[in-house]
Design a protein around this ligand. Structure first.
Ligand code: CA
Length: 232
């Protein structure tokens, strides 16, 4: 028996998908609790303090997945959900994807998905949040008016705090640590999403758009045609 890696709350109304996700997460050493609607899910999260939430968007009842995400952000108090969230959705539509990420979800998986990939992404999110906690005393990276504090995981632009999702932060921190270098979308995916991440390179573009929107004109982030992006 492996030591449990912590509790995962899966909020999904389709029992087949919930069971499949639950099975793979359990095999990977997690304790899994399932909820078939948003209110039950929120109560479970409150009571069980999971390490991560796997959240379906289309849910029956009063709260859909976006509402659940908003409630978690409200509980977090810093503009981010109080627990990492992996969104699971049948809707492969960029508006939904962006809304999910804007609400602070750490990643987004579109149905149909491979349960192995989902477990890998859960692990990657947990590794990133652990790395954020355990890092010794990394420096504050400054690029123009943008200051990236990798220890506190905070970003300030000319002294103004900017709230980013975990993934947006990791992307910005990686660009800032490689200031002046043109990085390809693939390099960014490998570094920020993890080498085993299976997904579309356009994911990088979606996150870059969010970064530009949130940080604003002070972000010296250039698109390098045919390659990817360069900060500074
Ligand atoms: Ca559903």
């Amino acid at each position: 028996m492996r030591t449990p890696s912590g509790t995962v709350v899966v909020i999904e109304d389709d029992p087949h998908i919930a069971d499949l996700v639950g099975l793979y997460l359990q095999r990977d050493g997690f304790r899994v609790l399932e909820a078939a609607d948003g209110s039950t899910g929120l109560a479970l999260i409150e009571r069980e303090r999971p390490v991560i939430v796997v959240l379906d968007i289309g849910l029956p009842g009063e709260l859909d997945g976006f509402d659940v995400c908003r409630r978690l952000v409200g509980a977090g108090g810093d503009g981010r959900p109080s627990v990492p969230v992996l969104v699971l959705s049948a809707r492969d539509d960029e508006v939904d994807r962006v809304l999910g990420l804007e609400l602070g979800a750490d990643d987004y998986v579109t149905k149909p998905f491979s349960p192995r990939e989902l477990v890998a992404r859960v692990r990657a999110i947990l590794r990133r949040s652990a790395a954020g906690r355990d890092a010794p005393h990394p420096p504050v990276l400054e690029v123009g008016a943008v200051a990236v504090d990798t220890a506190r995981r905070e970003v300030h632009v000319a002294g103004r705090p900017v709230v980013l999702t975990a993934r947006e932060f990791d992307l910005l921190a990686h660009l800032a640590a490689n200031v002046g270098l043109a990085l390809s979308r693939r390099q960014l995916l490998d570094a920020v999403w993890g080498a085993g991440w299976i997904g579309d390179e356009r994911t990088v573009d979606v996150h870059v758009r969010q970064l530009r929107k949130k940080v604003g004109a002070e972000l010296p982030l250039a698109t390098v045609w045919g390659v990817g992006y360069r900060l500074g």
